[in-house]
Design a protein around this ligand. Structure first.
Ligand code: UDP
Ligand code: MN
Length: 299
């Protein structure tokens, strides 16, 4: 019975495998398991996927994934969808919403029966920064017109990524941010927040909790609506003031999540940057960026 894992010393001597497993999971002492505002941080070895799946299945949620493949980024569609079909919320209902300026270049792919793909035409912009930043606006508009009627939870993901391990229902919560893999390679105060007070993304020096990646965030449809609307408002005001935040919409996302704390955090397992050497605390690489020649792919 699950009561056993509340009685900590008894469980270690328990011979039933699953209880020992649960206990081992709670044993990670090498990483932070909870934020100071009590949001759990998801790490391999801290949860039992079978228990989470059984609970989640009773709710019959539909999850939407918003992703963009504009201009040369259409080349990443196949790797993204192929791996997400296998590893993203495996066995659960997911609608992938792919925004692209080249619908005719989307490869036809056979997805699992509980997965579906919706292709949405979108215009392109000449600057890659604008393509990236305008995602916030497109997502916020599409929530208002479609997603609030279609899905329960919504996640925004970069397309230039590939999944290698399960990303399951442990990511589902009201407001979810992913801790940037870069945070683990630098001391906290040398992180990348926008500090210039002229930008609407500015975070005063000395402030900030985690540094979050714009490549993967999400939550309930209503929370993602508030987030994307607020971030794009910041982008628009910066444009009017002739300033662009250091890391574009990621800077605005970080400002938003500082003042609207995420209810759950994903460890860098959920977005590993291939530029970095993986430390031992990252036991699995669930998703990582695909190496790209920036000069070639963005122009
Ligand atoms: N993107 C795109 N076409 C572009 C530039 C960006 O479709 O020309 C989209 C794509 O979904 C990409 C995301 O914007 O994953 C973020 O841009 P990028 O991956 O280049 O940023 P990085 O992860 O390198 O910071
Ligand atoms: Mn990317």
């Amino acid at each position: 019975s699950y009561v056993n894992h509340l009685t900590f010393p008894l469980v270690t001597r328990h011979k039933k495998n699953h209880l020992i497993w649960i206990f081992k999971g709670a044993m990670r002492t090498d990483v932070l398991l909870m934020s100071p505002w009590l949001a759990p941080i998801m790490w391999e070895g801290t949860f039992n996927r079978d228990i989470l799946n059984a609970q989640y299945r009773q709710k019959n949620f539909v999850v939407g994934v918003a992703t963009f493949a504009v201009k040369k980024y259409v080349r990443f569609i196949e790797g993204f969808l192929g791996s997400a079909n296998k590893f993203f919320l495996s066995g659960h209902r997911v609608n992938f919403y792919l925004f692209t300026d080249h619908p005719e270049k989307v490869p036809s792919m056979k997805l699992a029966p509980e997965k579906s793909l919706v292709i949405i035409p979108v215009q392109n912009y000449s600057r890659w920064q604008d393509i990236s930043m305008n995602r916030m606006d497109i997502i916020s508009n599409h929530i208002r017109t479609h997603w609030r009627y279609e899905v329960d939870y919504l996640y925004s993901m970069d397309i230039d990524v590939q999944m290698f391990e399960h990303i399951g229902v442990e990511i589902i919560d009201t407001l979810v941010g992913t801790i940037s893999s870069w945070q683990y390679t630098k001391p906290r105060d040398s992180n990348s927040y926008e500090r210039r007070p002229e930008s609407r993304a500015a975070i005063p020096s000395g402030e900030g909790d985690f540094y979050y990646a714009a490549s993967f965030y999400g939550g309930s449809v209503s929370e993602v609506y508030k987030l994307t609307t607020a971030c794009f408002k910041g982008v628009t005001e910066d444009r009017a003031n002739g300033i662009e935040a250091k890391w574009h919409e990621e800077s605005h996302l970080n400002k938003y999540l500082l003042y609207h704390k995420p209810t759950r955090l994903l460890s860098p397992e959920y977005y590993w940057d291939e530029e970095l050497i993986r430390p031992r605390i990252i036991r699995v690489k669930r998703l990582s960026s695909v190496r790209k020649d920036l000069k070639e792919v963005r122009f």
